[in-house]
Design a protein around this ligand. Structure first.
Ligand code: ZN
Ligand code: ZN
Length: 149
């Protein structure tokens, strides 16, 4: 698939990257039909956010059509249309139960990096640096059960 990749401060390029695969039973694969650049992307573009690596895929807010779901996803099916915000939330931790999705305890695999920079870690964020849990491969939709609109 094609993706917009961060190639260094002030430089982005469209590259062909690996197609996504389901890694966990709560994942979904979304065919992205629309995405946009927002102010947050400009911080990445300008090199203000640490832990970006050459080739990282950009685009942290998007909409699309469900192509495939994992075994634990029971409220989405192939063909559903979804809108996906940048936050990734598990739906089960204390913060998610309080609907404080951006503080999810379970979705940032690199929480220790974010804690070193900000003092604490929030949830994982799509396409927004490795310290915020960027997906190094093609875009995945983790915890798909929370995505349906
Ligand atoms: Zn944004
Ligand atoms: Zn959570």
């Amino acid at each position: 698939m094609k993706a917009l990749c961060w190639m260094g401060s002030g430089k982005v390029e469209v590259h062909t990257v690996s197609d996504p695969t389901l890694l966990n039973p709560h994942d979904a694969i979304i065919k992205i039909t629309r995405t946009a650049i927002c102010g947050s992307d400009l911080h990445l573009f300008d090199g203000f956010i640490p832990t970006m690596e050459e080739g990282d895929i950009l685009g942290h807010e998007f909409m699309g059509i469900v192509e495939e779901v994992g075994k634990e996803v029971n409220n989405l099916q192939r063909g559903d249309r979804v809108v996906v915000p940048f936050t990734i939330a598990c739906g089960k931790c204390e913060f998610c139960r309080k609907k404080i999705w951006s503080a999810c305890d379970n979705t940032n695999p690199n929480a220790h990096l974010m804690e070193a920079v900000y003092g604490y870690s929030g949830s994982g964020l799509f396409g927004y640096s490795h310290m915020m849990g960027a997906m190094p491969e093609a875009k995945r939709s983790m915890f798909a059960c929370l995505l349906q609109m």
